[in-house]
Ligand binder design. Structure first.
Ligand code: ADP
Ligand code: MG
Length: 290
């Protein structure tokens, strides 16, 4: 069983503590790294992929430090938040280039590149220039380069950013299919990207890891707090000041139904919380405290 341990990891940029004494252990499966912009997701991803160093702490892969550890680098796949495609190359040329940088054998590359293109649904366009690719195709090309070395650890920093809902689902399914025997870390601030595919959720708030738990465990905490009811304009205005409104919809009779996260627990008339409620509850408090 593969194991990745982050132990008391801290990273500062001048006065900003981007990651504050973070500790957790991952085994195989998909982990969602959730948090608003600036919460430290990319910092953590960059540290795990050894792109940047950290100030204190340690990271162990199967009980060995990841530093100066070629075994770790060989089993790592990284898809950064910002694309680094060379648009004048074809997809094949690009993957061949990245494969060479990764030190992969030329013969192996000739076999693996079409396989990886097939996996991400780009086999038909393998010899097209990247400049002709749509946003979704570029994201999948970035994912393809991360898969070239058949990594045991796959680090994906906002892999669905900028995609429409259909493309998001495609990427989610693709990642879900890859997850056997791998550690996959999927950073996003979009709950729906990960709520059905992640085994656990790591919630990062201003550099602190505040939760590492399953969806059920997270939702459990808000049982008794979520109410759905019809609200008129006046009541909506009042509720919006006092409570967090998780969502609004109009029913068949055009009545406005609000999903409300109460500040206090109420045993009556409450409904099952979902992960979006948890996200709003956890991170809204941060906004209110500012
Ligand atoms: P996220 O990916 O969750 O949006 P980041 O890890 O990019 O968060 O950023 C965490 C914090 O660290 C933010 O306050 C950000 O401004 C700061 N930060 C990130 N990278 C740098 C850098 N290279 N130099 C200075 N500050 C940085
Ligand atoms: Mg980021």
């Amino acid at each position: 069983m593969i194991k990745l341990q982050v132990i008391n990891c801290t990273k500062k940029y001048g006065d900003i503590t981007a990651l504050d004494n973070c500790s957790f252990t991952l085994t195989s499966g998909i982990y969602a790294l959730l948090g608003p912009n600036g919460s430290g997701k990319s910092t953590l991803m960059n540290i795990l992929s050894t792109v940047i160093s950290f100030d204190t702490g340690d990271i162990l892969y199967n009980d060995q430090s990841i530093f100066n550890n070629n075994d770790y680098l060989h089993c790592l796949g990284y898809m950064p938040q910002y694309s680094c495609l060379y648009e004048e190359l074809t997809l094949f040329e690009y993957l061949n280039y990245i494969g060479n940088l990764k030190g992969l054998n030329k013969k192996y590359l000739l076999e693996i590149i079409p396989n990886v293109c097939k996996q991400v649904g780009l086999l038909q366009v393998m010899h097209y220039h990247l400049s002709t690719f749509s946003g979704g195709m570029k994201q999948r090309a970035m994912l393809a380069q991360a898969l070239l070395n058949d990594p045991d650890i796959l680090i994906l920093d906002e892999p669905t950013a900028g995609l429409d809902p259909l493309k998001r689902v495609e990427i989610q399914n693709l990642i879900s299919n890859l997850s056997k025997e791998k550690i996959i870390i999927f950073a996003t601030h979009v709950v729906s990207d990960v709520e059905n595919i992640a085994k656990e959720f790591l919630l990062l708030k201003q550099g602190h890891l505040i939760y590492k738990a399953s969806r059920e465990q997270l939702c459990q905490q808000l049982i008794g707090y979520i109410v759905e009811k019809e609200v008129d304009d006046e009541e909506y205005y009042y509720l919006n000041q006092k409570h967090k409104i998780s969502s609004i919809h109009f029913d068949q009779n055009n009545k406005r139904i609000a999903r409300i996260i109460n500040n206090q627990k109420d045993e009556k008339n409450t409904i099952m919380p979902n992960l979006t409620d948890v996200y709003l509850y956890v991170f809204e408090k941060e906004l209110n405290n500012d």
